[in-house]
Each structure stands twice: as C-alpha cells, then as structure tokens.
Design a protein around this ligand. Sequence first.
Ligand SMILES: *Cc1c(COP(=O)(O)O)cnc(C)c1O
Length: 414
Amino acid sequence: MVFNSSIRYVDDSLAIDNIKLDTIARAVGTPAYIYSLKRVGENYAGLRAAFAPLQARIHYSVKANSSLAILQTLAGAGAGFDCVSAGEIDRCLRAGACANDIVFAGVGKTRAEIAFAVAKGIGWFNVENLAELRYINECAVDAGADAVKVALRLNPQVTANTHPFMATGHGAAKFGLTAAVIRDILARRNEWPQLEFAGVHIHIGSQLGDTAATLSALDAALNLIADQPGIRTVNLGGGLPVAYHFDDAAPSPEGLVNELAPRLKGYEVLLEPGRSLVADAGLLVAELLYVKRQAGQVFYIIDASMAELIRPALYDAHHEVAPLRKTKGETVTAQVVGPVCESADVLARDRQLPALGAGDLVALMTAGAYGMSMASNYNARPRPAEVVVSEAGEGWRISRRRETVGDLYRMESK
Ligand SMILES: *Cc1c(COP(=O)(O)O)cnc(C)c1O
C-alpha cells in the first residue's frame, strides 16, 4: 500500500523515505512527530508547477507547521512566508527567509507586532482593521520607512464548503473588511501617506471542498479593484485541500488554476498554502498502552492524545491510523483514544484495525499540518519530539527534542 511518494510500507514495515519508522520510534520514543523534508520539497515544487500559468508567488502559511527545519527547507526552495504573529515572523527570519518575502496577516496584530514587522522590513501587511492602518503608518514614520505595501483583506461574504470552524469568508466571520469599508479606505488613502495600497487579499477558509466559493470570492475582489489601477496584486490565501482518507485521491489544483488564469491576467498573484505543503509529509507515531474491552467496544489507548493532535477533537477531523508493522489476519473495530481526561480525546472512531497489543506502534497519518503547531501542555503533558528525515531521504535527526516535565516549570515561579 502506497500513501504517497515518501510514506509507504516496505517489507510490511511503515517507512518514511528510506527509513523505517520503527527505527526512529525506538530511538526517540513516543509520541513523536516525524516529517519527510523530501515530501515537503516535492509538494512545494508540485504546487509551483500547478500555479505556473499564474506565475504565483507561494508564501507558506507558517501556522500549519512552524518547525524551523521545515521553514529552512521551504526558504531554501525559494518560498516566501505567510505569518500571523511576530513570533512566526521571527522564526522565518531565523530560518533564513528574506524579510521582503514575508506577508503578515491577522485580525488582531498588536502595535508591538506591527512595529517589529515594519522595523524588519517585511514585504506585505494583509490588513483587516481600519485602525491597523494608522498603527502601521505611525510605525513606518518611526522607522523611517515609506511605501509599506498593504493588501486589504476582503470579507467576500461567501460560505466555503468546509467545517464551520475552518470557514473564514462568510459575513458573520471576524475576518476581513467589507467591500464598503475597503472602498472608503481607498478613497481616503492620503490619510496614511507611508502606505502603498497595492493589493487585495482573500482567504475564505481551509480544506476547501470545491472551488465555487473561491471563484466567487475572487470575482468579488476583482470587481472591487476594477477601478483601482494601483492595485495590481491579488493574494488568494490558502485553503487547498489534502486527502485525509486512504481511499481519497489527492485533489489536483489544475482545475482551479484553469478557472483562475483568465480572471487574473495582468495581476501579480500570491498564494498562502499551509496544509497542502506539509500535511501529508508528516505523521504522529504513538505506542499502544492498553487494549480495553468495555460495553461492547474495543478501546486502543495510545500515548498520543488531543494535546498532541487536537484536530479530531476540534474539527471532527479524520486521520487514518496505520500500524507500523503490517499484519494479516483478523481485524477489530477499535476506538483509538488518548490518555487525556476529556471525552473528546478520541483520535479515531470505529476503525477497522488489526488485533494489536500493548507495545505495538501506530502512526496517525497526514498529521504534518496543524499537528505540532497546535499541540499544548494540557494535563501537564510534555510536547512530543519532532524528527525530520533529510531531503535526500537517507538520514534523520531530532529537530526538536521531546519536552521534559522539568521544562514545564521553566516559566513558573513558586
Ligand atoms: C490559515 C491561513 C492560511 C493557510 O490555510 P491552509 O488551509 O492551511 O492552506 C492562509 N492564509 C491565511 C490568512 C490563513 O489564516
């Protein structure tokens, strides 16, 4: 069974590139996130090729996975970055990104974050509040910067076909500005002389099920800037979906590109993909602690939980579960659950899995996006180690060591 070009079974052993996951898990312990840098690079190259007709600039959305190793890989491949905090900007700069290739988005940027971003000379601000313009302008005056590039984020009032928690473009969402406010800002642009109003931004959600809402959002954005000769950049945001089920095909963006291309002639196009670059490059390896049969159910209690991977609890998300060692024979319907004291701490429901026992290892698949970046210390659980398999696919290293219980006291006074 092949999951993708980097993750597959070799001799009944789940492998990532040329390394058996078992080898890594025995060495670093569990739970552990393991990423294929090769797959990240291939996803980036594939997306660039698919969007070549638009000559789109790709800004990786850092919140999907802010591991320095991944940021370095993407910076090395020429990607720009989409950040939503000063912390993410700092990480990108540390990973070797060029400040000019960073866009800063977010509905609640603090003044300190704006000052930091202006001082670093980042490429773009995606603006979502009227008052934010004054802050950016003041910071630009202080820093002696001018022509700070701004893209106004339109709330296009379209409802994306995705989980409600991942939809950001409908009228009731906190994100973006209405078309009326954007028109008002553009009419008053002289009030912010340090700013260059050069772009429009849309991002209507994540894991988008079809392209219809994206196209209607784009049409609304293009309609809005039709009489604005100074606005030549359209930032389409992220949202490209990935396949979370074994029997799904990874959706190809080519249909979307064909629809976008005629509309975007003459515009510079930016993209902010997160999930689609990293999700299928990573997995979370866990050990089965207990098998508990109760009330007609079989619970596989593993040492990973909603603290390490919150997506099932937060979005009812589906992650396939793959045993590290493939066995034939009987399967059971199992509830794969974690140790955390919450009924929502179910990582996978009603799965047909082989009969496993304590000490067996399993992988939660397609966990490279919104996995470790959303992990918490809930239940005083140290966050897991992160391991990267090199771009050549031969070697691996711990890119972030496992936290210790001692680490959890570091910021606390008695
Ligand atoms: C989260 C986010 C993205 C990335 O979304 P994906 O679905 O991971 O591609 C892009 N742009 C903005 C503004 C975001 O908030």
